[in-house]
Write a protein that binds this ligand. Sequence first.
Ligand code: R5P
Length: 313
Amino acid sequence: MQGLCIIAGSASTALANAVAGRLDVEPVRRTVERFPDGELHVELAESVRGKDVYLVQALSPPAEANLFELLLLADACRRSGAERLTAVVPYLGYARQDRRARGREAIGARVVADLIGTGGFARVVCLDLHAPALEGFFASPVDHLTAVPALADVLRATYRNDGVVVAPDVGAAKLADAYASLLVLPAAVVHKVRMSGERVAVRQLTGEVRDRRPILVDDMITTGGTIEAAVRALLDAGCRPEITVVATHGLLVGGAIERLSALPIERFVVTDSVAQPVALPRRFQVVPLAGLLADAIAHLNRGISLQSLAAHR
Ligand code: R5P
């Protein structure tokens, strides 16, 4: 590797360390601490002068603090003479605020992209963005990776022709098509209406699910409200009570784990794009991203195309 360095943000320490291990480099030692007044302070404990530096930091909750830490780390690298900086953001917070659904709203995703732009990054690497068009919010080049093939791989052995891939809302229909084509299964779509941050209702379901084993697919699970409503609609429509839920980003905020555990769901599959503060119950399977991110970083370091790792547009 040509002068390659990995720096772990504190939201992604385990993932960044695993990526560094795959690349056979030691993560750069750094300290991240809070002063007594609550201000964040970061410092690099070793030189990055002339290096190709990859800063790994998910913008998971608290997204604002994690974003600011990423920017402080970038600033420390630039001032220390790093040759090139790349932000590796396994989960992009605020991505759902990508348009004004009502009047007088802020577009949070655009603000986050602009702030990341102040970090002086040559590129930003993201994973399974809420909407592919978010790439256009950034002035710098974005490499949009996907974990969908890796997630589909862990399901393939379990499903034959009795499965159906289900999008829990219209926004996930293209994602469901991608899984359906990888798994050679039909697809169905639940049409949801969001009532509040935590509550959603289902208007209708299109596609045949009766007597089939559903695989519900989404980009993220936050409160679990979307999945809960979709599961109830699928059961009402006569699916087999053998449901799998797959999502790249397991935010699992508030009481999401308890809420989802109370449902007749056999298996949850998520990645480690978001670090879990507590061990997940046995029904949750976590697919590691270290291999995918290490491959992407190795390609970038050598100036090789990332086409084979990129998300569908
Ligand atoms: C929405 O469009 C997203 O793709 C997810 O369906 C949603 O954000 C999940 O949130 P929750 O788990 O809170 O319903």
